[in-house]
Design a protein around this ligand. Structure first.
Ligand SMILES: [Zn+2]
Length: 95
């Protein structure tokens, strides 16, 4: 087994079905991240507006609460698994 799996992990059919259900709004309380449009499984317990997005390096808020700047990590340089729609809907060549 190699090191951490980043962006080349294969989703199981169950994980794909679960992710598709979330993207399609079929699971109450679960939506894609409004920052990166992906799903973070590891922070599923938190409400959406409290979720830390592993893609965000720095976020800056205006005193009125609105977001004025968001800086993202480069593609592939975040540590946590994020499932994006492209992966959830990827055709499995074996099926
Ligand atoms: Zn995110």
């Amino acid at each position: 087994m190699g090191g951490p799996e980043l962006n080349d992990h294969e989703l199981t059919p169950d994980q794909k079905a679960d992710a598709q259900a979330i993207f399609e709004g079929r699971i109450e309380g679960r939506t894609a991240c409004h920052h990166c449009a992906g799903i973070h499984y590891h922070v599923a317990k938190l409400p959406m507006d409290r979720q830390p997005c592993p893609r965000i390096k720095r976020i800056e808020h205006h005193p009125d609460g609105s977001r004025i700047a968001v800086e993202y990590w480069q593609n592939g340089s975040w540590e946590s698994d994020v499932v994006f729609p492209a992966e959830a809907y990827e055709e499995d060549p074996d099926t």
